[in-house]
Design a protein around this ligand. Structure first.
Ligand SMILES: [Cu+2]
Length: 577
């Protein structure tokens, strides 16, 4: 895979000028200033087909203003913005402002907020900007996001921020495929492992035998086989078809962020990929995380962070040497990477570090707790093996979160063909960096490290709780919530003015980045005095997570997994009345 990515990169580099335009930033302290940035209060955005060559092959992208990524929009907190979006495609299109608090009619979800933008038409969005930080926008129609309809949003704060930096860059990560998204989706439907070549072979089995002995290797294997799952099921769509981009550039053409030695550089990471989680690090530099999903957090110094699809993180780095540093974002399944250089000189480029080994899912990722295996717990599977299920909930460090009791609103749940597994002992795993990042010798950010910089001790306690299971059937590539896919579901009813606790239990083996439109998600990380405010929350495989939502926005809202090919089923309409 590594070699393939490299080869693709070289091919693209040799046809420079045919690659998409993306001019290097020339930032100033409070102003992201490059030619791919639009500032002001009124914006004109054109969605259109654009020929691109990202991999060495000509392809047609759908773009905003002719570029991948689309222009970075810079807004000012407190001002009203007007955005005229014209659709030049042959199909309905839309722009959704991800993470932005606005009236439902401006949210840009066809069928929920408005009718969508018909071919040849212009829709004008207008709303007051009530927040600051790093966000993004994307099409909410079909698979247009996969083919390029996305860009970053930077909102300048009214008040001075509680940290200092000299330069400011957006680092927007994405995944590009020359294949039509519908083709990708069809292949996944036919064979969910189509793009995953990391699954175990006879060779790896023999290695395991050497390592663990025959019986233990065999029983491990037997268990996975009985569950018709693979412990290498990390990503559905991989570097086999994807080229990973940083600000529209592949690893050969490289995005470059310039610095002078000693300067503090703010990097605004945005994951605009359709399907790819990235593990981001800058070898040789500590990163100080200062914001998550646009909101300030207590600064935390780390070596690496995982960014789920649709999340954003702002970090500050201070390069100490006059050399090029790699901004390295490897795909969660290690099938490829996006990369750029943090460099004192545009002609000085960093080389890529080695990718980490392909991660292997563990019992933890299946919602099992090995220490409890003897007494019960584990994962139940419709097709075969059933784990003993005597309950033994040991007190753990998230016992407080575990013991919170609110009136629970029962929601319909269907187990059947739509679900082929179930986490028997789902745990809060906020301090778990996740599959592939555990014990890697680096300081990896976890949700437990995220603390709102402002106190939330006066925030209302939840009035009630709803529990939602993230469910799926890998074999049929069907995703759902509570075993019910969107098409068969009833809307979730939230009451205007209430505070609701949402608990997700992930019954699948994949990470799902859950995104609620229109309202903030206040994540419980074990410290009620500093609930961290997010718009997208990763629910790890076999895990459980809780957050609180103040229901302060009337209307219809989308609530869904942000993995593009999971969305059709793993989606709910929320009605606030
Ligand atoms: Cu998902």
């Amino acid at each position: 895979m590594q070699r393939r990515t490299f080869v693709k990169g070289i091919a693209a580099a040799s046809i420079m000028g045919m690659t998409t335009t993306n001019i290097e930033a020339k930032p100033t302290r409070e102003n992201i200033n490059n030619s791919n940035v639009l500032t002001g209060n009124e914006f004109f955005l054109d969605i259109d087909y654009t020929p691109v060559n990202i991999t060495g092959k000509n392809a047609i992208a759908t773009t905003v203003n002719g570029q991948i990524a689309g222009p970075t929009l810079v807004w000012n907190e407190g001002e009203t913005v007007t955005l005229h979006v014209t659709n030049h495609l042959k199909k309905t299109s839309s722009i959704h402002w991800h993470g932005i608090i606005l009236p439902t009619g401006m949210d840009g979800v066809p069928g929920l907020s408005f009718d969508g933008i018909a071919p040849g038409e212009t829709f004008t969005y207008k709303f007051k900007v009530q927040q600051h930080g790093t966000y993004w926008y994307h099409s909410h129609s079909g698979f247009q996001e996969q083919t390029g309809v996305y860009g970053a949003i930077v909102i300048m704060p009214k008040k001075k921020e509680p940290f200092y930096y000299d330069k400011d860059y957006v680092v927007q990560l994405s995944d590009w495929s020359d294949e039509e998204p519908m083709e990708i989706y069809k292949k996944l439907k036919q064979m969910s492992g189509y793009y995953n070549f990391s699954q175990r072979t006879v060779g790896t089995f023999l290695d395991e035998v050497k390592e663990k002995g025959l019986s233990s290797a065999f029983s491990d294997r037997k268990m996975w086989n009985q569950m018709r799952m693979s412990d290498r099921d990390i990503s559905d769509v991989t570097g086999y078809t994807y080229t990973f981009l940083m600000n529209g550039k592949n690893p050969a053409t490289q995005f470059k962020a310039l610095f002078k030695k000693g300067e503090k550089i703010r990097l605004r990471f945005v994951n605009s990929a359709a399907m790819t989680f990235f593990d981001v690090r800058i070898p040789g530099l500590k990163m100080t995380v200062v914001a998550a999903d646009g909101n300030h957090v207590k600064p935390v110094s780390i070596d690496e962070f995982r960014i789920g699809v649709a999340e954003t993180y702002d970090v500050i780095v201070q390069p100490t040497d006059n050399k090029a540093y790699a901004i390295f974002a490897q795909g969660i399944d290690r099938s490829g990477y996006a990369m750029g250089s943090l460099t004192p000189n545009v002609s000085m480029l960093a080389s890529a570090p080695r990718m980490d080994p392909v991660p292997v899912l563990t019992h933890t990722d299946m919602g099992m707790n090995m220490s409890e295996m003897d007494q019960g717990g584990g994962m139940k599977c419709s097709s075969g093996m059933e784990m003993p299920s005597k309950k033994s909930m040991k007190k753990d460090k998230y016992a407080d979160m575990e013991s919170q009791k609110y009136p629970i609103t029962q929601l319909p749940m269907k187990r059947g063909l739509n679900t082929d597994m179930m986490a028997m002992s789902p745990k809060y795993r906020l301090d778990d960096p996740g599959v592939g990042l555990r014990n890697n010798g680096r300081m990896v950010l976890t949700y437990a490290d995220l603390k709102n910089i402002y106190s939330t001790s006066k925030d209302r306690k939840p009035d009630r709780e709803i529990i939602l299971h993230l469910t799926g059937n890998m074999e049929r590539y069907m995703w759902s919530i509570n075993g019910i896919k969107y098409a068969d579901s009833k809307p979730l009813e939230f009451h205007y003015g209430e505070r609701i606790r949402i608990t997700f239990i992930n019954d699948t083996m994949m990470n799902h980045p859950m995104h609620l439109h229109g309202m903030w998600s206040d994540l419980e990380t074990g410290d009620d005095n500093h609930l961290v405010r997010k718009h997208t929350i990763i629910v790890q495989p076999g895990a459980k997570i809780s957050y609180r939502v103040t229901v302060n926005a009337k209307g219809n809202w989308a609530y869904h997994c942000h993995m593009l090919y999971h969305m059709a089923g793993m989606f709910r309409k929320v009605v606030v009345a």
